[in-house]
Design a protein around this ligand. Sequence first.
Ligand code: NDP
Length: 471
Amino acid sequence: MQTVSTLFINGQAVAGEREAFGVVNPATGEAFAQCPAASPEQVDAAVAAANTAFKTFQHTADADRKAMLHRIADLIDAHADELAQLVTLEQGKPMALAQMEVGAAAGWTRYNADLDIPVKVIEDSETRLAELHHKPLGVVGSITPWNWPLMIAVWHIMPALRTGNTVVSKPSSFTPFSTLKLVELINEVVPAGVINIVTGEGGIGRAMTQHPDIRKIVFTGSTPTGQDIMRKAADNLKRLTLELGGNDAGIVLPGTDLDKYVPALFQTAFVNMGQTCAALKRLYVHESQYDDVCQRLAAIAREQVVGNGLEAGVTFGPVTNQAQLDLVAALVEDARAQGAQVLSGGAVQPGNGYFYPPTIVAGISNGVRLVDEEQFGPVLPVVSYRDIDEAVALANDNINGLGGSVWGNDIEQARSVAARLESGTAWINNHAEVLPHCPFGGSKMSGIGVEFGEEGLLEYTQSQLLNISRG
Ligand code: NDP
């Protein structure tokens, strides 16, 4: 597999000045390629290039920027096979899911291309015309995680470019290659310096967060890292969009059609081996249907074909890295020790690679680590409840507030329960669905700001009120 082994700074492919590091294929546990590592001087050079490029790129005609994003989307499509291979190799997801990720990356790019940047007329009177405009911020630093490496890079980069900013991208060291390829492709379209990428283990993200010439950081990842970024960003009042951890609850109302909804419950909990910020991570089921739901979920779990995502027929890939595998295993062991029952999976698969089969845990409630903490992996704790008030209280009893869901046949009843959830998104009879036109963001410790839609786009801008006197 050919991988991009250079950084991109000021439109040039350049070698990393630090020693390259191995990137592990989670299906084999072995490094499959070496990633370039940037020096602090190269981070500075990338920011300087982006800063210089901003001087002209911010004035590019709106229609030209739209056309650029459409050309980028076409290039993503043209390289779809290569990008999907890279995603599966570095991240582990089954090929069909990697292909979906690439398709979504192209789709999100086109959606951003077609978005208009609004001008709001605040007052149009005899005395004045007051209009609210939106201007780009400058250099945007994008720091991305390892779970959906290509798609999340697109979520950060495309609205930034659409609004006339320039970008320095820093992908996770676990999954740098799909983003390196993406940035190579974007460089075929945009002027030199508009998009730059610096990879490297540790330190690069911190250097960006502290850099005085970066005007905004958009970050997706863990809550502690988000907090660290927020503290450091204070020095030059960087704008922030932080999409952080979630521990999303789902509530199954009494009398729910289980034939219809249990497959979707499984899918939304285990999408990407559970390594999705807004996956369903705790499930609350009314006691009248509790055993039935648990058994049905465990049956679907046992049907999964666990293996290397590059192999045909595999439906469930590995966990992406050793640390995440260790966390999942430790949380399940702790739950067992507290008396919970493991209905499927429940042990690291022997052999190479970070395989942990989909695991359903019953006989558990709030107060056990597996329920209280974000597991971010292939295990779902299922909790029994007696009445709706108790279910809502248990669901809201968490520091996170990314998403939440209510499942049931009576939509009006589900709507009234959903309104009580402390979460940035409340789904009914669904979970984890993110859409390019629907603003998405967390409440409580799950983040600040939103991505997607016009609201997400405008987070890459600074408003300027234009006040024309007619007196
Ligand atoms: P991190 O939050 O540590 O890393 C995410 C990104 O931030 C990486 O690019 C990383 O670079 C970079 N980074 C790390 N430390 C800093 C810092 N102090 N300042 C600036 N950038 C930094 O996530 P992990 O990969 O370690 O995953 C840990 C946990 O995060 C998971 O268990 C999961 O709970 C959560 N997570 C949440 C995601 C989400 O979508 N909300 C996605 C991924 C993880 P580098 O890789 O080089 O260290």
